[in-house]
Design a binder for this molecule. Structure first.
Ligand code: FMN
Length: 260
C-alpha cells in the first residue's frame, strides 16, 4: 500500500480529476474508487487517508457514507476530506467527520453535473469550463500542500439543518426519479452506460440500454453517453451535456489508480 490513500466517488469526473491532481501533488498515492464498494477497505498501513466526493442534494451521496463505515483507518493516520459541489457544500463532510474524524477539510465548486436541475454553467461563482478547471487544479495544489504539511482545520465541517433536510428528502426520491430515465432510438447498444453504472442498474436488452430504479443519480450514464441517447425529463434533451474535460468513462471504471 502507498503512503497516501484517497477514496473517491465521482459521477461525472470532477471529483476524480480533483483527486488525481491532489495525488499528483502528494506523490506515493493510491486512489481507491468508491463508486461501488471499494476493493480495499483496510488502509491501516497508510499514513494519510483522504476522501473526495461530490455534494448530491445537500449532502454526501448515500453510498459514500455507507462505504466509509466499512473503512479501517490507523488511529495515527492524518485524515482529510474534500467535497465538490456546484454552489454549496452541504452536510457531506460533517457526516463523514462523524464516521472518520477529519483533521482537514476543504470545499470546491465546479460545474454542475445535475442536468435535470440546472445547466452545467450554473456553478457558483459563474466560470467557463476552462476557468473552473484551472481553478480546481490550483485548489488541488493548495490542498496537496496542506495535506503534505499536516494542516489542521480550525473548525468542524459545516452543518446546515436545511441542507440536512434536503439530503434526507433526496435519498427518498432516488428510485422515483430514476423512473424518468428514457433511452432513445439513438442508442447503439455500446454498453458503456451499463459498464459505468456503479449500482449495476443498467442492462442491455435487444441491443439497447434499459435503466432500472436502483440509481445513485451520479448521472454518468447520461452525461458520458456517446450518442446522447439517455434523458431524464424533457429539459435534459435540450441542455448541453457535461463531464469533466480530463476524465473519460473508462477512467471512472477503474478500482485503484496508482500515483508514484
Ligand atoms: C444528483 C445531483 C445532485 C446534486 N446536488 C447538488 C447540491 O445539492 N448542491 C450543489 O451545490 N451541487 C450539487 N450537485 C452538483 C455536483 O455536486 C457537482 O457538479 C460536482 O462537481 C460533481 O462531481 P462529479 O463530477 O465528481 O460527480 C449535484 C449533482 C448531481 C448529479
Amino acid at each position: 500500500m502507498k503512503r497516501n490513500v484517497i477514496f473517491c466517488f465521482s459521477g461525472t469526473g470532477n471529483c476524480l480529476d480533483l483527486a488525481q491532481n491532489i495525488a499528483r501533488g502528494l506523490g506515493n498515492t493510491d486512489i481507491i474508487m468508491m463508486r461501488s464498494a471499494p476493493v480495499v477497505t483496510d488502509v491501516r498501513a497508510a499514513e494519510r487517508v483522504g476522501f473526495v466526493f461530490p455534494c448530491y442534494g445537500g449532502g454526501a451521496p448515500a453510498d459514500v457514507l455507507k462505504y466509509a463505515r466499512t473503512i479501517q483507518v490507523s488511529p495515527t493516520a492524518y485524515t482529510f476530506g474534500v467535497s465538490s459541489s456546484a454552489s454549496y457544500a452541504g452536510t457531506g463532510l460533517y457526516e463523514l467527520d462523524k464516521i472518520i474524524p477529519l483533521h482537514y477539510w476543504r470545499t470546491v465548486t465546479h460545474h454542475c453535473s445535475c442536468i435535470w436541475l440546472f445547466p452545467h454553467t450554473m456553478m457558483l461563482p459563474l466560470l467557463s469550463v476552462e476557468k473552473a478547471q484551472r481553478r480546481s487544479e490550483k485548489l488541488a495544489q493548495e490542498i496537496a500542500f496542506d495535506v503534505a504539511t499536516g494542516k489542521v482545520s480550525d473548525k468542524r465541517p459545516p452543518h446546515n439543518p436545511l441542507n440536512a433536510a434536503e439530503n434526507k428528502g433526496f435519498g427518498a426520491m432516488l428510485a422515483q426519479k430514476a423512473k424518468g430515465f428514457k433511452v432513445s432510438d439513438a442508442c447503439i447498444g455500446c454498453g458503456q452506460c451499463a459498464r459505468l453504472c456503479p449500482r449495476g442498474n443498467i442492462r442491455l436488452e435487444g441491443g439497447r440500454a434499459v435503466i432500472g430504479t436502483d440509481c445513485a443519480q451520479c448521472l454518468g450514464c447520461l452525461q458520458f453517453c456517446p450518442k446522447s441517447a439517455i434523458s431524464l425529463g424533457k429539459i435534459t434533451d435540450k441542455r448541453e451535456h457535461y463531464h469533466n474535460p480530463n476524465i473519460r468513462a473508462e477512467d471512472l471504471m477503474q478500482t485503484v489508480i496508482e500515483f508514484k
